[in-house]
Structure formats: C-alpha cells, structure tokens
Design a protein around this ligand. Structure first.
Ligand code: 9MG
Length: 291
C-alpha cells in the first residue's frame, strides 16, 4: 500500500479503488437559468456524487473531448472553474481536482481550494503546470495524449502504443520532477481515447499491467466513462453508437477490467454504479484471499 500526496494530506492507494467523479462546467452542461443557476446545478451535482461515494471531484471548464474544438481562453476557463471550486471547497472535505492544461487556471483553482491538477497533456501544452504543483504540493495527474484535442483523432496510429505511452509518460514525469514536483504527488494515466486507435484503447485496458510494471511506484488512473470506443463496441447493426448517456454498461465493464489489470483510481460520470461494482469486485477479491 502506498499513498498519493496532495497538499497537506495523502490518499491511500491500493486499499480500495478511488473514484473520481466528473463535474463538467462547460456551457453545454449549464442550465438555461444563467450564471447562479449554473453554479447551483454544479454544486448540486457534485454533492450528489459525494453522497454516492466519490473520493475526488474533478472540475473541468474546457471540453477536451477528442475531435472537439472548444478551446477557451484562460480568462473564460478561470471564470467557469474557480467559482465552482471555491464553493465546493467550502462544502466538502474531499479533494477537488482541476482538469486543465493551463498553469494560470491551475494556479487560480489551487488558490481557491483545489488540491489536484489533472493535466490531459501531461505538461506538453504548458509545463509551468509543474511549477504550480511543486509550489503548492498539489497532486499532479499526468495523462498521455497525442497532438491536441482538435487533431488527435486524425493522427495516424503509432505502431506500438505501449512503447509510446511509456516513453511519453517517462519524459513528462522527468520534466515534473526536474521542476520540483515530489514523485509521491504524481499519478499516471494512459489517456484512453486520446490519440489511440480503437484496438489500442482496448489493448491498453487489456494489458494495463504493462503500464503499472513500467512505473511500479506510481498510482494508475483510468478514464473510460461514456467514451467513443465504448460507443463503437456497443453500436447497433447499422453501426450507430448509443449516445454517451447510454454507455453505462460498457463503462462499468471497461472500468472493472482496468481495475482488475491494475488501475487504482477511476474517473467516471456514474459514481453510484461504479462504487457498487467496485464493492462487488472487492468482496470477490477478499473471498479469494480466504480460500
Ligand atoms: C479530462 N479527461 C477526459 N478523459 C480523461 C481521462 O481518461 N483521464 C484523465 N485523467 N482526465 C480525463
């Protein structure tokens, strides 16, 4: 058992799987009722996920969906994220993570109650993110991706996805440590759906143990929730994928497969279903240790 150091505290790693609940605060996730209504809705949704057993809430103000082109300015992203982080930090003890690739947004969120930075570019877009983590002792999630969210779905696939993910994460970890981030604050993530082919997404989950073996001291996070690769597997005979909200069964199956193969933290929209599935897996694992 190890610990993930985040600011002045630590989360236990390996005791049980940690669940990170996704809180999107992009305009498409806002209600029509204006800014205050949007804030209320976001806080309500976060509180619901906490009641359902979330260990961390991940607040994101920029859509990083592969193929999406919704890049926002630093000012706009800060305005979306910081009020939610600030209000949430007053209401909950659980760690709040900020899903951003911009050091200025990370700094503002950390100053207002966030304690983890979730960087889907693993420092490729803005390496000063590492300085914010180093200065505050915040947790730092380094997620593998290729290209940018706008271009990654068009990139030709690499020949060996494990070599690519391991090599790229190694250089991000090296950069983070060189800029003063404590290794015990770092979590790695293979970045399912970000610049990988359909087969490579499935392979990464099937052989996630290869990633854990390459970085035996670092916790592994996985995010499969509602992603397109699940839609492609569940598509009907005409090839039409179910909409994201109807990908729960595929999400649970892929999340549990990743946990069996070594993931210690999972990032999901559907917290209750995930927590219950993890409890079941935990009970089965405990029974296997008894016999
Ligand atoms: C923001 N975001 C979207 N997908 C993600 C994933 O798989 N991992 C992490 N860490 N963040 C993600």
């Amino acid at each position: 058992m190890t610990e993930w150091r985040i600011k002045s505290r630590a989360l236990p790693i390996g005791e049980r799987t940690l669940v990170m609940g996704i809180l999107n605060v992009t305009p498409d996730s806002f209600s029509d009722g204006g800014k205050f209504q949007a804030l209320d809705n976001a806080i309500g949704h976060a509180e619901e996920m906490i009641a359902e057993g979330a260990d961390i809430i991940d607040v994101g103000g920029e859509s990083t969906r592969p193929g999406g082109n919704a890049l926002v300015s630093m000012e706009e992203e800060t305005q979306r994220v910081v009020p939610v982080v600030e209000a949430l930090a007053k209401r909950t003890e659980i760690p709040i993570s900020v899903d951003t690739t911009k050091s200025e947004v990370a700094r503002a969120a950390l100053a207002n109650g966030a304690s983890i930075i979730n960087d889907i570019s693993a420092l490729r877009f803005d390496f000063y993110i590492a300085d914010e983590a180093a200065r505050t002792g915040a947790g730092l999630i380094l997620m593998h991706s290729r290209g940018s969210p706008a271009t990654m779905h068009r990139l030709p696939p690499v020949a060996d996805i494990f070599e690519e993910v391991i090599h790229s994460l190694r250089s991000s970890i090296h950069m983070a440590e060189r800029r003063g981030v404590n290794r015990e604050a770092i979590v790695i993530d293979p970045g399912i759906g970000f610049g990988k082919s359909q087969e490579q997404n499935l392979e990464l989950i099937a052989r996630l143990d290869r990633i854990s073996e390459a970085f035996p001291d670092l916790p592994v996070l996985i995010g499969t929730s509602r992603k397109s690769f699940i839609g492609r597997v569940l598509a009907d005979d005409a090839g039409t994928p179910p909409p994201p909200e109807e990908r729960l069964n595929g999400t649970i199956a892929s999340t549990i497969a990743a946990v069996i193969n070594g993931a210690q933290i999972v990032r999901v929209h559907d917290v209750k279903a995930t927590v219950e599935s993890l409890k079941m897996i935990q009970a089965i694992k405990s029974a296997s240790r008894m016999s």
